[in-house]
Each structure stands twice: as structure tokens, then as C-alpha cells.
Design a protein around this ligand. Structure first.
Ligand code: FAD
Length: 392
């Protein structure tokens, strides 16, 4: 089949690489580079990113790793150890150690919350924030997790989605870092697509696609199309209505920091439940030294965007950084905010959109993630569904 893919983000390239084994695929990308919000940008010889924090939520065991293997991509993902720690009162704790910080009554409540989450004993329309709010520390920890992983406050995520995320975490484990960062993934997908004679056309913004008995992109005929642009944009480009629910985005702010001494000792996430805004940070150079110039570490902080006053949100993040790096020299490399048009997620976690619009149009990307699929894991879940519908 001839397949047109609109957008060369992770979703479009992953689908393209798998489908190019059997089909004739053409990917249209409006920018001069591919990878969308999942590739590297170099600043002062540090390998920063267009979006993602060089982290794959379930590391080498998750959906993205599975889809990459299916595509034949050779990407080395190093699983974090530990998955993460929590900074409370200036000390780092593992998740299970957090219970020791609670008094007897709160500890009992927290143990019950953990058990209820595991067996699904809650109203699934309740928010994670409401579920946790009886135990102050649990709410702060939950909020740091959703802010870091989903760019949402705990009150913005439904228990239904948290339950699915928890199941995936128990099944596939915690995060990992791809050697070479996000771009290593994108380079491999590009290599496979080219080897299979697929085409990637850069600097080509698709404005209109007609679906009749065939699919037409500026007069070029295809059997079907895959859209890697947001569901709202897809409706416009394809002149079709399929969204039957209110779409909300997830917005966030990322600050990239250079430090010689380093701040984090491990390769996982340092969650910061007590910060004013920053939800967590990682130090990816603990896994891959080449993401920074020799003698330096790259630390990336992430915070959900809570209000629309971006300047104030950034200032609060910078104040957190000042406190976190108390006795450590650092310099700010780059501050990136992700909102209207280029958010962290086009559709926030917990809003489910079908990957199949009709027999000729499919959706991939973070607008159509699978249930419980954090970030690129959700994208890979959607891609796996789409390539199974189409056949590869
Ligand atoms: P996108 O990256 O949105 O790509 C879509 C492509 O389509 C773009 O290249 C765009 O230029 C192109 N396009 C748009 N319109 C057109 C058109 N009309 N014609 C042609 N081309 C078009 N995920 C993780 O798993 N781990 C993380 O650590 C992580 N951290 C994040 C931190 C931040 C700050 C951000 C912003 C995101 C983070 N994410 C993370 C999320 C992840 O980066 C994104 O969800 C993912 O990269 C989105 O991929 P996508 O396939 O939806 O495509």
C-alpha cells in the first residue's frame, strides 16, 4: 500500500519504520529537521533536547523498546537504578522509605491508599489529588510524580488513568536513558525508513488532505494516511470531525542546567515534592557522559505549568533551582516553556482518543496515547495498534 504520514515526530517515524518493511511510505515534515519534540539540540556543546528529558518511562522493557525492536532499531537503553528518589527535608528517600516519615495514623492511612491503588478500590472518576489528600506527604509525592511524568497536577489526573499507569509500572518497571539521547532513537528510525526505500520530505507543511476512494496529499495519491499532528490539527487538515470530547493539553517548563560537580548520584529521577514548582530532575550524564562536554554534567528540571503567568512560573522554577543547588556551582543553559501549539502533550493523559478515525485515516502521537501509557510509552502503544490494523 502507499501510505502518507503527516509529521516526522516520534509517532510518525516509529509507524513509518515498522510499516516501511512492507509498504511504500512517504513522511511529510514541515520543519527542516525530524524528530519533533524528541530529538537533540546542541547548546554550548551540551546535548539538550527539543522536548523530552532523554528519558523513556519504562526503559528497555516498555512499549517503546518493544516497538523499536519490531522496527529493527538498534538503540541501547540503560535502565535507571534506582527508578527515583524523593527529596524531603534535604534528604533523599526511596519510595518504600517514605512510609517511615509518617506517624502511626498517617502511616496506616498511607498503607491503605497504596493497597487501594493496587487492587483498584476507588471511584475511577475521582482525581489522584482527591484520592491522596488525606495524607499530606502522599499528596505532595503524588503531585511531584504527575508533574514530572505527565505535566499535570495530581488533581488533573483521574484515578482510572493512574491505575493503568501503576499496572504498567509494576509490569514493565521504571525509566531508562537511551545512549546518545533522544536523537539516537530518531537516527535509527530514519536509517530504517531510508533502507526500506521510504521517503522523508522535510520543509513541507501539509495544509490539506482529501479523502475520497483514495487519499490525496496535494494531488499525490495514497491508499491511506497516518496523522502525527495533533487531533485538532488533523480535523482541520483532513476537513473531518471526529473529536467528541473536550481536548485539554498538558503544559510544562523545562530548565537545562550545567554543573561540574553534579547534583544527583544516581541514574533515575530525583523527585522534589517540597519545591514550589519543580517536580523533579534528572542527570542524564550519569548514564551517558557524551551528553555534556568533558568534565560537565547535564541536569534537566521539569515542572508542570500551573498558571498562565509564564514569567512567574519560570521565576519560581529558578528560585527552586537556587535552593536545590545551595552549595554547588551551576549555570542555566536553556529555559523552554511548552504551551499553546507546542505543549508537552497535545492531549492530557486520561483523555482517550481512538487511533483509528476511519478505514483511511489513523492517528499516532501524543494526541492518541494508549491507556496508562506515560508519554512516549503511550505513543508507542498507539503506534503498535495502528501498525496492527494496517499490517506490516
Ligand atoms: P511531535 O514531536 O509533535 O511531532 C509532530 C511532527 O509533525 C513535528 O515534527 C511537526 O513539525 C510536524 N508537523 C506538524 N504539523 C505538520 C504539517 N501540517 N505538515 C507536516 N508536518 C507537520 N516523553 C518521554 O517519554 N520522556 C520524557 O522525558 C519527556 N519529557 C518531556 C519534556 C518536555 C518539556 C516535553 C515538551 C515533552 C516531553 N515528553 C517526554 C513528551 C514527548 O517528548 C512527546 O510526547 C513526543 O515527543 C511527541 O511526539 P509526537 O509523535 O506526538 O510528535
Amino acid at each position: 500500500m502507499r501510505i502518507a504520514i503527516i509529521g516526522a515526530g516520534l509517532g510518525g517515524l516509529l509507524a513509518g519504520a515498522i510499516l516501511s518493511k512492507k509498504h511504500d511510505i512517504t513522511i511529510y515534515e514541515k520543519l527542516p529537521f525530524i524528530g519533533g519534540r524528541f530529538t537533540n539540540i546542541e547548546i554550548d556543546r551540551f546535548k539538550l533536547t527539543t522536548g523530552a528529558l532523554h528519558m523513556i518511562p519504562h526503559g528497555s522493557r516498555g512499549f517503546l523498546a518493544k516497538a523499536l525492536r519490531l522496527a529493527g532499531a538498534n538503540v541501547k537503553i540503560i535502565n535507571s537504578n534506582p527508578d527515583g528518589t524523593f527529596l524531603i527535608n534535604g534528604k533523599e528517600y526511596l519510595y518504600k522509605e517514605l512510609f517511615s516519615l509518617l506517624g502511626v495514623r498517617e502511616k496506616l492511612k498511607a498503607i491503605k491508599l497504596a493497597a487501594d491503588l493496587k487492587i483498584g478500590n476507588f471511584d475511577k472518576n475521582m482525581s489522584f489529588g482527591e484520592f491522596l489528600e488525606d495524607v499530606d506527604l502522599a499528596l505532595k509525592v503524588g503531585n511531584a510524580f504527575t508533574g514530572w511524568a505527565l505535566s499535570l497536577s495530581a488533581y488533573d489526573v483521574k484515578m482510572e488513568e493512574i491505575y493503568e499507569i501503576a499496572k504498567n509500572y509494576h509490569r514493565y518497571g521504571g525509566p531508562g536513558v537511551p545512549i546518545g539521547g533522544c536523537k539516537a532513537v530518531i537516527d535509527e528510525l530514519e536509517r530504517i525508513i531510508k533502507e526500506n526505500n521510504g521517503k522523508i520530505i522535510k520543509e513541507y507543511e501539509v495544509k490539506k488532505v482529501d479523502i475520497e476512494d483514495k487519499v490525496y496529499v496535494d494531488g499525490e495519491e495514497y491508499d491511506l494516511a497516518i496523522s502525527n499532528v495533533s487531533p485538532k490539527e488533523t480535523e482541520k487538515i483532513f476537513n473531518i470531525k471526529f473529536l467528541d470530547k473536550k481536548i485539554e493539553e498538558a503544559k510544562g517548563i523545562k530548565i537545562s542546567v550545567a554543573t561540574k560537580r553534579g547534583l544527583i548520584k544516581h541514574s533515575g529521577v530525583l523527585f522534589t515534592p517540597e519545591c514550589e514548582r519543580i517536580n523533579g530532575l534528572n542527570q542524564v550524564t550519569n548514564v551517558d557522559k557524551n551528553l555534556a562536554p568533558e568534565g560537565w554534567h547535564l541536569v534537566m528540571t521539569h515542572q508542570a505549568q500551573i498558571t498562565n503567568n509564564i514569567k512567574k512560573e519560570i521565576d519560581l522554577g529558578l528560585e527552586d533551582i537556587e535552593r536545590l543547588f545551595k552549595n554547588i556551582d551551576y549555570k542555566i543553559l536553556h529555559i523552554q516553556s511548552y504551551r499553546d501549539g507546542v505543549p508537552v502533550n497535545h492531549v492530557k493523559s486520561g483523555i482517550y482518543i481512538n487511533n483509528k478515525v476511519n478505514d483511511k485515516l489513523f492517528l499516532v502521537g501524543d494526541g492518541a496515547k494508549g491507556k496508562g501509557g506515560i508519554e512516549v510509552e503511550g505513543i508507542a502503544m498507539g503506534v503498535l495498534k495502528v501498525v496492527n490494523y494496517i499490517g506490516y
